[in-house]
Every structure is written in C-alpha cells, then in structure tokens.
Design a protein around this ligand. Structure first.
Ligand code: AMP
Length: 525
C-alpha cells in the first residue's frame, strides 16, 4: 500500500490538475481560489510542484506549434476557441485508455513538451501532429482542452500571476511573496524556494531580476513638486540591459529577462570583480548623435554604446535597499560610462537640462528620488519619466485582419490593446495598418500566425505577445471597443521586441492621458 502511495505521489495525473483548475474556474471568490490552489500545491513533491507551476503559469517555453497544427491533429480546419474546439471534437469519443497506470501524468506531458521543442526542420510538422494525435487519444476531452491551451499558450485559467503567488505564499506559510518574486523572476523557482523555506531576495549573478520601472509625468515642474530635490538623468531611447559580471564572465539580459549577450556587441568596461549593473544601449549615427530605436534594432552594423544608470549588486553585496544616491556613487567607481545627470530642485535648471537632452537627440528626462531603493519589477513613482510631446503608448497586438490590395498577403491591420488591471485582460483601444515597412509586415504575418488562437472571417485573434509602440493624435471616448476608448490616427512607431505584454500600458493610464488632454486645454471659451 505504502509503495503504491509513493508511486502515486510521484506520478501525479494530469487529470487531477485539470480537475483542480476546473474547480478554480467555477469558483467566483478570489480568496477561495487561492485556498483551493494553495491546498493543492502544498501536497506536491518538488518535481510536480515545479512542473505544475510551469504548466499553469503558461511557462513551458516556445513549442512553435500553431493553432493550425492542433486543428489538423484533431481533424478540424476552421477556427474557434482552440481549447473548446478540441474538447468538443473529442467528447463523444471514448478515451482509449482505461487503467489508471495508462493515464497521462504531468511528468509525461512535460517530457513530451521538452521533446516537441527539439523537433525542427523537415518532417517535424508531421511528427508533431502525430505525437499530439497520439497524446490526445489518451486524454479526456477536458484534459485535451487544457493541453491544447498549454501548447498554444492560450492559458485563460482565471489564474493570474498575482493569485498564484498568493497561493504559493499560503501553501508554504510565507508572508507576501510579491517582492521576492520580482527578484527571483521565475515563479516555479519561487515556489520551490518557498517549499524549501529558503527565500533569497538578494540578486544572484546570472539570474536576471525584473527591472524597476518609471511612471509618467508631464513636466519637470510636476516632478519637483512631487519629489522635491531630485536627480534628473537623460532618458535615452535604446535597449535596456542588465549586465551581470563575475570575473571574466559577462552576460547581458533584456528587460524581458532573456539573455541578449550575443545580440549586441558593446564595450563593457566594469571595474569590479562581480556586479550587476543596469544601463541603456544606444545606437550612434555618423555624426555621433543617437539614432531612433527602430534603426538601432534594424541595423546590425551601427555603432553602439552602453551608458549605465544603476547598480544593484557589487562584490557580494545586495544593493537593492541602498538609496539611489549611494548606488549612483558606487556606480561611478565601477564605470565611466554613465548617463548624464544633474541634481536640482530648481525647475529652470531642470527645464534647461531637458532641452539639452532633447536637442542632443534623446527622449527626455528621468527624475529619480534621491533616497529611493531599487524596487525590482515595480512601476512606481520613485522614477518619473518626462517626455515632451504626446506620450507614445506601448500596446499589445491581440488580433489582425488580412489586408486589402497590395497588403492582401499580410496580416496588416492590427488590433491594439492595453491591459485592464481590474479585469486581468487586454482590451482593444485602437486599430492601425500604419507604420510598418513591407519587410516588417512579412515578419509580423508569420509571427502572428504562429501565435494565432482563433480565426473569424478575415480576422485572426492571437495570444497577447507582440508589443508595439504607438503614436496617435488624440484619445477619444468611444463605444466601439469594450475599453470605452479609441486612439485617433494611431500608427506603429516601433516593434518592441524587448518588451513583454507585462510592460504594456494600462487602461488606467489611457484614462489619465485622456483626462489630462482636457486639463491642458483652455477652459476659457
Ligand atoms: P518606458 O519604456 O517608456 O517605460 O521607459 C522606461 C525605460 O527607459 C527603461 O526601461 C529604460 O530602458 C529606459 N531608460 C532610458 N534612460 C533611462 C534612465 N536614465 N534611467 C532609467 N531608465 C532609462
């Protein structure tokens, strides 16, 4: 009996996980959802805990299997919600296995995903279809629904990252784990640490931590009113990097926490044994002036340099809670390549500095509160970004229409969405086909096709993954979209491959800009 129990515990069945998720889905109270998930996680062994968290947080790596491949595997060819489609197509057919031993386990599913990731090149599509087919034959319709969502990354389980973090904290008797998560960066790793009782919230070399982010602010005046005396740094328009150095080993990570060491060749002269420093890589034109972000990303041979603005770890010391000003002093010891800055509480001086930054071709200024800690993963008001002109938005493409005429080969009319924090979902705020080159339309078409989740007439709905920077003339109130807002004359100004949907702007920010449009207009008429 004992032996059976041990065996049973090690090989957790996929069906058990799916049952729990269904239970969560049917529960309305957030607190109850947390309790159900926590009770489930608490009893898992380490392997299952890691795998389960990876599965439910949609963190299983890129399988490169599209909606179309799954549709083929279940013998269907046209579109609707992938999970429901698979579930319906299998319901009615009896699952082919009956003995418990033959049911698919979580481990087995993860092994299959790992194998699918290795399949590339000629014949791989057929092989993938065959493997998915034989897997589906062994699944109940509900399990197949879940697996189809895992594969396409369409994981709407009603389980946000926030809820999962709370459930982990509750399962293992920890307090608030949100801060630990921003430093650890990986939610399954966080769960393992919580289970083992070792929660290290210090940065670790070669494990990127979520970057600290800035809120918007309209003017240096507003920034000084809010912060008092503050540091004003140039806001550079480039690619943010987190550089990890240990002796001769150096790696660079993007703000999406991916390793981009080989992507950009820049001189990194850090005078320390080990450190984690943050900076921005910019491209320089022949006249030495910074080039636009798009050019930096497109032209491999452009001259590049990195300018540092923060340091969060130095020779074994965690600097996260050290005030900004002291961190900056340490950074000055470590590198000569720093972002220009002044410290002032005089709005005229700050305004002058802003003008200089813009004249030199930079985006604006970043105001930083002198005694602020480094808040990993948090967009707070310790850093305020000041950009002259109407601020661009980072939006996520959630769907696209096939174009007309010359653009008919491309998915080229994009639905742009902002994140609604209250609903935990992306909501459309505009649509545009403006701003991309033919080459970019081509690339976007294959990118979007690979993350498609549903087709409806000429529209392909996709997993929210692609972030674009969008300029517009005005934000209007509009009943056209559920969000209640619509951007007037939206156009894409950059494809932000360096940003993840988590970096997207929010509906509440759009509401703020919308309201500010009026406060800045004349009230006299
Ligand atoms: P945004 O992408 O508009 O939210 O602005 C935040 C980004 O500005 C950061 O992620 C950095 O890539 C970039 N940035 C440019 N200059 C600075 C600076 N001096 N300090 C911090 N971030 C900066």
């Amino acid at each position: 009996m004992l032996k059976f129990c041990a065996y049973y515990v090690v090989l957790m069945l996929l069906g058990e996980l799916v049952n729990i998720l269904n239970k969560v889905r049917k529960t309305h109270s957030r607190d109850e959802k947390v309790v159900i998930v926590a009770d489930f996680l608490r009893n898992l062994d380490e392997d299952d805990l890691r795998d389960v968290i990876k599965l439910i947080s949609g963190n299983i790596g890129k399988l490169n299997i599209s909606w179309g491949t799954i549709a083929k595997a279940v013998g269907l060819s046209h579109g609707e919600d992938i999970g429901e489609m698979v579930e319906r197509s299998l319901s009615g057919k009896k699952r082919q296995q009956s003995l418990v031993e033959e049911a698919v386990t979580v481990k087995e599913l993860m092994n299959l995903f790992a194998y699918l990731r290795t399949l590339k090149g000629k014949g791989s599509a057929e092989r993938k279809i065959a493997l998915i087919q034989s897997l589906f034959r062994r699944l109940s319709p509900e399990e197949a629904n879940f697996v189809a969502r895992c594969i396409t990354g369409e994981m709407r389980m009603g389980l946000s990252t926030g809820l999962l973090i709370e459930a982990i904290a509750r399962a293992f008797g920890k307090g608030d784990l949100r801060k630990a998560y921003t430093v650890v960066g990986d939610i399954s790793e966080l769960a393992l640490m919580a289970k083992r009782g070792i929660l290290q919230v210090s940065p670790r070399l070669f494990f990127p931590i979520s970057p600290m982010l800035a809120e918007s602010c309209y003017s240096v005046d507003d920034a000084i009113k809010e912060m008092g005396i503050a540091a004003f740094e140039y806001k550079l328009d480039g690619v943010r990097v987190q550089v990890h150095k240990d002796g001769g080993r150096i790696k660079m990570f993007s703000r999406r926490l991916t390793d981009i060491t080989d992507r950009f060749r820049v001189e990194l002269d850090l005078k320390c044994e080990s450190c984690i420093a943050e900076g921005e890589i910019i491209g320089l034109g022949l006249d030495g002036r910074p080039v636009p972000f798009q050019v930096l990303m497109r032209k491999a041979d452009i001259k590049k340099e990195i300018l540092f603005f923060d340091i969060i770890y130095l020779d074994g010391r965690n600097l996260l809670d050290i005030p900004y000003q002291e961190r900056r002093k340490m950074l000055e010891e470590v590198s000569d390549k720093l972002v220009p800055r002044i410290i002032t509480d005089d709005p005229r001086k700050a305004e002058e500095f802003l003008k200089e930054a813009v004249e030199e071709g930079h985006e604006g200024l970043m105001a930083k509160k002198l005694n602020s800690p480094y808040q990993a993963g948090i967009r707070g008001r310790y850093w305020l970004k000041i950009k002259p002109g109407l601020e661009k938005l980072d939006l996520v493409i959630v769907g696209a229409d096939w174009g007309y005429g010359r653009r008919n080969r491309w998915l080229s009319d994009y639905y742009l969405a902002a994140y609604n924090e209250e609903k935990g979902d992306f909501e459309i705020v505009g649509k545009t086909f403006k701003g991309l080159t033919d080459e970019e339309f081509e690339r976007m078409t294959s990118w979007l096709s690979s993350i498609a989740v549903k087709e409806e007439g000429k529209t392909v709905w996709v997993k929210p993954e692609v972030v674009v920077e969008v300029a517009y003339d005005e934000i209007q109130r509009s009943p056209k979209y559920k969000s209640g807002f619509a951007l007037r004359f939206a156009r894409i100004t950059a494809i932000r491959e360096d940003k993840s949907p988590r970096d997207a702007d929010t509906i509440s920010k759009i509401r703020r800009i919308y309201e500010a449009q009026f406060s800045r207009k004349s009230a006299k008429w």
